[in-house]
Design a protein around this ligand. Sequence first.
Ligand SMILES: NC(=O)c1ccc[n+]([C@@H]2O[C@H](COP(=O)([O-])OP(=O)(O)OC[C@H]3O[C@@H](n4cnc5c(N)ncnc54)[C@H](OP(=O)(O)O)[C@@H]3O)[C@@H](O)[C@H]2O)c1
Length: 211
Amino acid sequence: MNIAILGTGRVGGALGAGWAARGHRVMYGSRNPQSELVRQRVRAAGDNVHAASLDDAARHAEVVVLATPWQGAQAALQMAGDLRGKVLIDCINPLTEDFRNLDIGHTTSAAEQVASWAPGAKVVKAFNSVSAGAMADPWFGNENATMLYCGDDEDAKRIVRRLAEELGFDAHDAGPLSIARYMEPFAMLYIKLAIKEGWGGNCAFKILRRE
Ligand SMILES: NC(=O)c1ccc[n+]([C@@H]2O[C@H](COP(=O)([O-])OP(=O)(O)OC[C@H]3O[C@@H](n4cnc5c(N)ncnc54)[C@H](OP(=O)(O)O)[C@@H]3O)[C@@H](O)[C@H]2O)c1
């Protein structure tokens, strides 16, 4: 699959390396694709990975991953161009600039804002409630972390589920895109816990079930 990742930070780095290692073609979309940092990111991720401007990366992709800070999301989508018909995975948590709180929530979500900024894209919220460390390795002993995702397009959700499972996650469909109103505060809880307990990226949520 051709995957464009908008943003070359911790999340973009972990997802890009993981999918490239599983045979997907990954193109990072960066504001500065020639920078030494981005070159390092590409070298570290192996043969299936390249970098380009945001619009060049998005143009040939079937799946576009939005992995920028909330404050840069709208501009990144504008630079990426027309995403009509593409699966758009929104990893964003709409944190305030000091990372202490959520900027929006409860009556809307970053995911719904993203959908309004990318008309015609099939938006799926995913990869927001786990750390970048868990994206690189979702296994905690014999248990794998849960990956919640939500969206309004069933085909798009099937693709995202497969991509999450390929990385090793226990993927779970949480419902329509409006469920992001709860997935984003859920991620904020993760951030608060990880900071309070000093766990960093070495913790993850797991849904337990029984018949
Ligand atoms: N870190 C985590 O564990 C984690 C987990 C789940 C979800 N998230 C969410 O995923 C998103 C990315 O997180 P991250 O930790 O990967 O962030 P990060 O390390 O700061 O990287 C973000 C990347 O976005 C690009 N970007 C585009 N517009 C930007 C702007 N205005 N300011 C700064 N960077 C901009 C940059 O790439 P270029 O310079 O190449 O354009 C940058 O490398 C965030 O919304 C975050 O809330 C993070």
